[in-house]
Design a protein around this ligand. Structure first.
Ligand code: PLP
Length: 414
């Protein structure tokens, strides 16, 4: 497909030959359903890293200023595409750090307990790093975890309901300083109605931050229009930018000239005067003002190379292909394995992304046994305690036939 082409839709797996696929047993391709954890390596990523190693070797320090890949502004090679994926303006996004670091940076600025408004609301069963981070921020403000951390519980169906957050905010919103919510729940794969959540927060006057680790590159987002205050994400899952890849951050335009607390560093200083080396901090406008250090170029190279594929594919076309792919897997499981496997992920298209979370009906040890046997047969998925097998066919590189092959194998192994 030519660069820049924007198909309205394409069959799942259309971009497979742009990625390197690990081998399974006997040198065959594995069934790689683990893009929810670590996306595959785009071939262009290795070229981009090699190019920077070469520029470093041949240019030395001059690489900071040389040509369109100058390291001074290198992080911006990701900006346009991150803005597209986040549904943001360029000013609102930046590639930097890692997810949890960015979450702390955001909460230092946007968690501002005052008077009665002291609570943070998260989902029960949030990713542990998020819970550690909010607990640490509460402690920094002298908060009391038992009282100030509210963890909304899933209902009996195991899912979190937007309505429960709305109800909570309606009743107790004046005690809440921050809602931190996922775009896609990491264990169940449930996709949330983020526009609705943003409206509920706005009605209650509550700051909204999002953890988009499992959402970015998986579902289309419209962070600017929804009015989200801030969002953070990592880039090693659906963004395919490599283990520990440089993460991303969104700060809404209305905070572009933010004057409150922030942990600052020289790379967040206004670019025009940064090298005047004055002692006072003058923040750059927008999300870039939260940067701390000059960025790791060798780690940024795979990010922009990978994001270029998203620009080519278009996130809406990808979503179309993803609904087909994961829908196919869900219906094959429900038709052929219904007695044995329960899909935890809600199956309405607007409530699921790429990932399906599976529970083996016969219990945890049967589930674990199945998972290990699948692994031995070349399926790459992942296991989340206590008893969940997560499988995520990814429309850039997975094909419908692979979903059938997976179900064939499960049927055989059960
Ligand atoms: C939902 C969620 N939040 C946070 C994290 C932590 O990310 P990091 O290690 O990049 O800070 C992860 C990692 O997998 C995650 O899945």
């Amino acid at each position: 497909m030519t660069k820049g082409a924007r198909p309205d839709s394409f069959p799942p797996g259309q971009f497979r030959d742009r990625f390197r696929l690990p081998h399974g047993p006997e040198g065959r391709d594995c069934l790689y359903f683990c893009g929810n954890s670590l996306g595959l390596q785009p071939i262009a990523a290795a070229d981009a890293v090699a190019a920077e190693l070469e520029r470093w070797a041949s240019l030395g320090v001059a690489g900071h200023f040389d040509g369109p890949l100058a390291w001074m502004t290198y992080h911006r090679l990701a900006t346009d595409n991150l803005a597209l994926l986040a549904g943001a303006q360029r000013l609102e996004v930046v590639a930097m750090n890692s997810l949890t670091v960015n979450l702390h940076l955001m909460m230092v600025s946007f968690f501002r307990p005052e008077g009665k408004r002291r609570r943070i609301v998260i989902e029960r069963g949030a990713f542990p790093s998020d819970r550690h981070a909010v607990a640490a921020q509460l402690a920094l403000h002298g908060g009391d975890l038992a009282h100030d951390l509210v963890e909304l519980a899933p209902r009996r169906d195991g899912l979190l309901h937007e309505e429960d957050l709305e109800d909570y905010l309606e009743r107790y919103g004046d005690s809440v300083a921050l809602v931190l919510w996922p775009g896609v729940q990491y264990a169940s794969g449930q996709v949330f109605d983020l526009a609705r959540i943003a409206r509920a927060c706005a009605r209650a006057g509550v700051t909204l931050g999002l953890d988009l680790a499992h959402a970015i590159g998986n579902i289309p987002l419209a962070l600017h229009d929804w009015g989200v205050d801030f969002a953070v994400w990592c880039s090693y899952k659906y963004l395919n930018s490599g283990p520990g890849a440089v993460a991303g951050c969104f700060v809404h335009q209305r905070h572009a000239e933010f004057k409150g607390n922030r942990l600052s560093g020289w790379w967040g200083h206004d670019e025009k005067s940064r090298f005047k080396m004055a002692p006072e901090f003058k923040p750059a406008k927008g999300a870039e003002g939260w940067q701390l250090s000059n960025p790791p170029i060798l780690a940024l190279a795979p990010l922009w190379a990978s994001l270029d594929l998203f620009a080519e594919a278009d996130i809406h076309a990808l979503r179309h292909a993803s609904l087909e792919l994961t829908g196919h897997l869900a219906s094959a499981i429900n038709t052929r394995l219904d007695e044995a496997i329960h899909i935890i992920t809600p199956l309405e298209p607007h409530r699921r992304g790429c990932q399906l979370s599976l529970r083996v009906q016969a219990g945890r040890s049967a589930g674990r046994r199945l998972f290990e046997r699948l692994e031995a047969h070349g399926v790459v998925a992942d296991w989340r305690e206590p008893d969940i097998i997560r499988v995520a066919p990814v429309p850039l590189y997975n094909r419908v036939e692979e979903c059938d092959a997976f179900v064939d194998l499960v049927e055989k192994l059960l």
